[in-house]
Design a protein around this ligand. Structure first.
Ligand code: NG1
Ligand code: MG
Length: 516
């Protein structure tokens, strides 16, 4: 199904058709609160418009977006709303242009403001984790885009109020939702009424990196491109491409449960030894493989310039690869090359530098300077092995959704579940980005009747996603409550339990909501 990737982000003037039944009342309540609070904070003003971007759950394809392999996430209902009003440019050029950023939950997210510099873009101090940094990241990307189109451009000031209901640090990508909504708000308030989705995604991917995590592009793409009811398949090579992936109708219907572990995935603070380290390991795996085979890697869209997918492309562009190989065979060939050329014991900096014929200083300068990492050994073979097997699992999962087996009702769901379980095993044992709590939650769910489940998002905490037959949802919930949540926190409240587990339908992507 062709995806409307180059279409502009939709502008919605009436939310009645956006949400089903009960959800509509809840959403209307949110808009009323946002409007009231906005007036209270900003001298009686009404927001000019609101931007909205959802979180996402990644169904399959974990930690492979930055190696430029395809992933299959879906948008969830939880989202970030940003109500916006412009502050006209001051008549006097010496006066500062300011942006005020407040949150509906001011205890947790303290209001901030910043002055827009007269020349150049705003600085973001990525050494501290301030929630307003994510707004600044979106703002910065938007201003860069507007400057590219008009070198004389200077942004207006803004008054902004945020209502985010995507749990932070929970693997559901609250950060990308916030960055996308912030960038869209900045573009629109500065006069860009129709924002092409693809441009928004591309700028949000790059600008989120200014917060200090060397991320891939899945979250921003899932947030912006998703269409209600469908999963989204997103590929990155040869260029960013998204496609709606409808779920086949089965009985029982395909239902995903998302469960919080409440282990805070502090990706930010720990990035040098977890997320950013994995990005470096994958890039170095590509570099070492290329060096071993005498291939030259091109600078591609990988966060560090080269990628495992770039290695695959280089291999197949050279006379070494058989150009007739189908996509599955190509990835399987990558797996064999990994086993043949990369050692099991891991690599020191010296080992890698020598195989790339460079000094350790140059290695660090090229791959570990912009986003520093803390590690003595680099497990290139294991990381590449996860990436290639996960890429194969994505292909298999997608094929099952696109052409379900004739006896879909009985075989499709167990098959999808088995792929999720294999993915989890690889995350746990090979890529090492799960945690014991999530491993345990996966076991509990399987015992209670789930078809399969896995850690989702960056991991090291956060959430898991499970494919569960509709009639087993209650049983799985009860099992987690008894065997996980109450054991971990005996006094856990009803509210916290209710938030811990959601059955999410695939939700709408990013939009502007203009109720004026
Ligand atoms: P989370 O931490 O769930 O937002 C991160 C990356 C993704 C992807 C996943 C792992 C950011 C903004 N996003 O997602 O690009 O690599 O981990 O699959 O860091
Ligand atoms: Mg995130």
């Amino acid at each position: 199904m062709p995806h409307t990737m180059n279409d502009p982000v939709p502008v919605i003037r009436d939310i009645d058709d956006l949400y089903p039944g009960d959800a509509l009342q809840f959403q209307k309540g949110r808009f009323d609160r946002l409007k009231c609070q906005f007036a209270e904070l900003y001298g009686g003003k009404t927001p000019q418009f609101t931007t909205r971007s959802p979180g996402r759950v990644n169904l399959i394809g974990e930690h492979i977006d930055y190696s430029l392999y395809e992933v299959i996430p879906m948008a969830i209902a939880a989202d970030v709303l940003i109500a916006v009003s412009p502050i006209p440019k001051p008549a006097n050029d010496d006066e500062d242009v300011k942006v005020h950023v407040a949150n509906l939950n001011p205890e947790k997210f303290k209001a901030g403001e910043f002055v827009v510099p007269k020349r150049g873009n705003i600085e973001i101090d990525s050494s501290t984790l301030q929630w307003t940094n994510y707004f600044k990241a979106g703002f910065r990307g938007a201003v860069e885009l507007l400057e590219k189109e008009n070198s004389e451009f200077s942004p207006c000031g803004m008054e902004v109020l945020v209502d985010g209901i995507v749990p932070a640090g929970g693997g559901l990508s609250s950060s990308a939702a916030f960055v996308c909504a912030s960038a869209l708000a900045t573009l629109r308030v500065n006069g860009l009424e129709w924002v092409p989705k693809k441009e928004l995604v591309e700028l949000a991917i790059v600008s989120e990196r200014s917060v200090g995590v060397n991320s891939g592009g899945m979250d921003q793409a899932a947030s912006v491109f998703s269409i209600r009811g469908d999963a989204t398949s997103i590929s990155f090579s040869p260029e960013l491409y998204a496609e709606a992936l409808p779920f086949p109708k089965t009985s029982p219907p395909i239902t995903f449960m998302i469960a919080q572990s409440f282990v805070a995935a502090d990706k930010h603070v720990a990035a040098p030894e977890n997320y950013n380290l994995r990005v470096v390991e994958c890039t170095l795996a590509a570099e070492v493989l290329a060096a071993e085979l005498g291939l030259k890697l091109k600078n591609d869209q990988g966060p560090l310039g080269t990628s495992l997918r770039g290695f695959q492309n280089a291999y197949y562009e050279s006379e070494k690869g058989n150009s007739k190989d189908d996509p599955g065979t190509q990835v399987k060939t990558m797996l064999s090359l990994t086993k043949e050329h990369l050692g099991k014991e891991g690599y020191s900096r010296e080992d890698i530098a020598s195989s790339l014929s460079m000094s350790v200083q140059d290695l660090e300068k090229k791959f570990m300077a912009k986003f520093p990492v803390r590690a003595d050994r680099f497990y290139l073979r294991q990381r590449a092995q996860h990436v290639f097997t996960e890429a194969l699992r994505v292909q298999a999962f997608k094929k099952l959704l696109q052409s379900p087996p004739p006896d879909a009702c009985t075989t499709l769901l167990p098959k999808l579940g088995a792929i999720l379980n294999e993915s989890h095993a690889s995350s746990r044992d090979v890529y090492v980005h799960s945690c014991p709590e999530i491993d345990q939650m996966c076991e509990i769910a399987t015992e209670a009747g789930s078809y399969g489940g896995r850690v989702t998002g960056a991991g090291w905490g956060g959430c898991s996603v499970h494919l569960v037959p509709k009639e087993r949802i209650g049983a799985v919930k009860a099992a987690w409550e008894e065997k996980y949540y109450r054991k971990r926190e005996p006094a856990i409240t009803k509210e916290k339990l209710a938030e811990a587990v959601v059955v999410s339908e695939p939700g709408h992507g990013t939009m502007v909501i203009d109720l004026s």
